[in-house]
Design a protein around this ligand. Structure first.
Ligand code: IYR
Length: 228
């Protein structure tokens, strides 16, 4: 972390009406985000993906260690290799490693071990969590903190940024996924966190007809009823 004095900070104070209007619009927009498994092959400009990653990099992180690396993979040879390795792992998962209950829970999503989207999507953003840092000169290990939480927040911002510009994504979690670090030759302090295929939905893309929990199902109030 950069050391130095604290600097002044403020935010614009919106009226409650402005807050309601902005949040209503933000909800309507973000509620339209869905996990997509079928993509058009059209390439996404790399500078757009860079901007999206820059936004993800604004996330808060434990002790501001920013314990993430975002790999952008568009190379078709690599994507083919990744697809083959993913399908090998997913086959083992679907045909034995996942419980019957788990498979039953996944039925509405109609997933299986075949993952054409890894080659069809024009880009994969593969997120690695950095379990520690390695000092460039001494080779000394410096710990990172709350790495899962930090990377989770960063990916949340990344998904919002993609949706903001009309790009679809899937948060794909082959398990185990250490093969991703091997294929991409990542350093030993990095562990694969998520594989995120990105692109525009194909013309025949469909998504399951899901509903989301209502506010009263996800929020518990501890108030004294004096608030407005
Ligand atoms: N990783 C597998 C299985 C899978 C698991 C969950 I939990 C999902 O929400 C979706 C899929 C796959 O990607 O098919």
């Amino acid at each position: 972390m950069e050391e130095g004095p604290h600097i002044p900070y403020g935010l614009p104070r919106l009226t409650v009406e402005e807050m309601r209007a902005r949040l209503g619009a933000m909800h309507d927009h973000l509620a339209g985000r869905r996990s997509v498994r079928s993509f058009r092959p059209d390439p996404v400009p790399l500078d757009i993906l860079d901007e999206v990653i820059r936004i993800a990099g604004t996330a808060p992180s434990g002790a501001h260690k920013q314990p993430w690396t975002f790999c952008v993979v568009t190379d078709p040879v690599l994507r083919k290799k990744i697809r083959a390795a993913v399908e090998e792992e997913e086959y083992k998962s679907y045909s034995g490693r996942m419980s019957d209950r788990w498979l039953q829970d996944l039925e509405p999503l109609a997933t299986n071990h075949i993952k054409p989207f890894i080659e069809e999507a024009p880009a994969l953003i593969i997120v690695f969590r950095r379990v520690h840092e390695v000092h460039a000169e001494t080779g000394e290990k410096h710990p990172n903190y709350y790495v899962q939480e930090s990377c989770g927040i960063a990916v949340g911002l990344l998904l919002a940024a993609l949706h903001e510009v009309g790009l679809a994504a899937l948060t794909h979690t082959p398990s185990p996924m250490n093969f991703l670090a091997e294929i991409l030759q990542r350093p030993s302090n990095e562990r694969a966190f998520l594989n995120i295929p990105v692109g525009w939905p194909s013309n025949d893309a469909t998504v399951p007809n899901l509903s989301r929990k209502r506010l009263d199902e996800i929020r518990v109030k501890y108030t004294d009823n004096t608030e407005i």
